[in-house]
Design a protein around this ligand. Sequence first.
Ligand SMILES: [Zn+2]
Length: 463
Amino acid sequence: MKLHFFGGAKSVTGANYLLEGNPNAKGETTKLLIDCGMTQGSKKESAANYEPFQYDPADIDALLITHAHVDHTGRIPFLYKSGFRGKIYSTAPTKDFAEELLIDSQGLLERDAEERGNPPLYTLRDVNESLDIWQGLRYHEKLRIKEFDIEFFDAGHILGSSFIKISAKDEVTDKVKTIVFSGDIGNVATPLVKDTEVIEEADYAVMEALYGDRLHEVATSRKDRLEDAIEEAVTAGGVLMIPAFAMERTQELLYEMNELVDNHRIPRVPIFIDSPLAIKLIAIYKKYSDDPDYFDPEAIALFKKGDEIFNFPGLKFTLTTEQSKEINAVPAPKIIIAGSGMSEGGRMIHHEYRYLSDPKSTLLFISYQSPYSLGRRILEGEKMVKIFGEDIIVRCRTNSIGGYSAHADQKKLLDWLRPMKGSLKKLFLVQSEEDTAGIFQTKVRDELAIDTEVPKQNMEVDL
Ligand SMILES: [Zn+2]
């Protein structure tokens, strides 16, 4: 087998790997792609998405998708547009989420293209035709593509997320070789999704190491901290703004708020979900809410009791722009949850424009804020920011809770790896900043004595 690293090598985003079988008598090989993600970040990094693929998409037999996040799926319609006509496989929820996320990012690409005067990376038609060749599977459902046996395991990262085990028999030695692609590995305490599964044996692993250099805040205390943050904000009498990613973060927040409301732990105030994408994604969560394959047993038990996790007193969904504007007329205190997660756009920016200068209002950070994003600058104490070309003085209160990451920390990553310690011939660390991968590489060598490499972009290895 041959493994190629086309994206996600020394880079957090843009996951794209190619696994190639041994040549047959005619010299042909089976080619499997694993993930086809968008590169996100600076303008220069994003420009890489428009470059042609480094392989011929028409040659690819199948594309396997670990989970719906755009840094793992965002270039699928472009792959299709570039000639890919194989089949796409993922879990069923991943397909459903990807549909909404790809339609959403197509809209963003369209707007971006208009500004630059270029055609968009792909059209809605490319999105729809990609979905036509996409098959949803369950975890552990048998899948065979030519000589490869493929199995999806629960990665515990977001609903339907998976790591993928691929095995093939070596015709010469008659031995089965196994490789695992980790996708993104989940944090310890994610209330909606099930725990990360483990895998006992593999010869090779391609593993994410995003937080390979750090330990998360203890997640068990985060609900208490959320309760405190809401109480303080409501007592101050202003607006509590929570910038949140539409996928998973918003739903987890709602899940915990539902519990706080049910147990009368927070005062009853209007709570607005002001994100059309988050609202569409909630419908998909509901679709799978009685499926023990995907949902945490505790969450299912709540659903069975008739508790609608995503619908509690005070909660309002504002889908249209008109409904969003009407939030302004509702007197404070009130809570607004909206995208983007880093205050870089979405509807949240409109609320921040209005309320950042209000000393009674609060901005609550629950997710990673990338360097230079508006969220990061406010978090670091900047007192004057520009929104819609206007200077806004930041007078509101700020607060942050760190336990909401959907990603494993160093300890969890090591725990996932440990059972494979005896069998792994080589570990490849990906989807991480280079320094972080280096730190985790040392840790893995010291603690588990596994031969570990941080591959370079476009590297090719024989397995
Ligand atoms: Zn992810």
